[in-house]
Design a protein around this ligand. Sequence first.
Ligand code: GTQ
Length: 349
Amino acid sequence: MLAHTAPHAATQAARRQYYARIATQHMSPLWEVLGALVPPSPRPEAVPAIWRYAQVREQVMEAGRLITAEEAERRVLILENPALHGQSCITASLYAGLQLILPGEVAPAHRHTQSALRLVLDGEGAYTAVDGERTTMRRGDFIITPSWTWHDHGNLGKEPVVWLDGLDIPLLRFLGTGFAEKSAQSAQPQLRPEGDSLARFGSNMVPVDFHQQPSDPTPVFVYPYSRTQASLRVISHSAPDAHLGFKLRYVNPATGASPMPTIGSFAQALPEGFETLPYRCTDGTVYVCLEGTGDAEIDGATHRFAESDVFVVPPWHALRLRANRRVTLFSFSDRPVQQALGLWREQRA
Ligand code: GTQ
């Protein structure tokens, strides 16, 4: 901010000429932009938005008639934040998209430094393979492909399968740390039977001589929705948190940390008729409704959501949730990054 009294016209003209001169040497005056650079509280560019599955499903299916999964490599409709058009992101740090795979198709094996999650929305019979182990994808399942792990997808079933992809693409683009490579084989060889990693690491036990190194990916890469549902049902007998309902975070079972270092992920239940108190946090968050119907009031504007709808709450926007019928939500954000840097804040009204 400049001084409170407006400068004289002659002073303003002199300053403008000066700014033009220093611009030729790639310099600019901080005092013109300081307030925007160092705001008193977050001013995200991203805006609240909702994608209603019933309204976008047909567009997703149409992509299946226009391009094959093989040709596209990944047949995905990117969910673009309306205020970040052309930037392929849903928040400043996160990417989201709806991926379609038709019966008989394969999305070929590749790996990249970007971390990815899948949240299965529609259809049955597809699988994701991660570092040599396949997992069958069922509605609500949360599946991860940590940084630099090989992954491919296929559909062995009889119906189209759609899932939500969540990646840290914008964050890695910002950091300049994106690397990727394609595998020579389109499908990975199966090194272990399905269920191996969950049995070894996902049953409150780990192999006796297992020690996780900081750079190792989490040993469990599927979090079946049936287990999440069972947990949320059982804890729903207690009193809900006034701001969050019943909310759990997914963890790497070997460490208790987030399954992936850049993306935190959560599952949440709200009893029928429950309404949360306003809550805001610095991590812009993508929500997916897995069960029920409700209203998300984001900074005062209400968005009605139903099953498989995706909505985004930008950083530091107050959220109030109302469950018209018992609601289960999945969500993800960059919270582990903010927490690792000591930056994360929340506020409960
Ligand atoms: O499945 O690997 O939506 O690399 C965007 C980039 C999915 C994937 C996306 C990707 C993938």
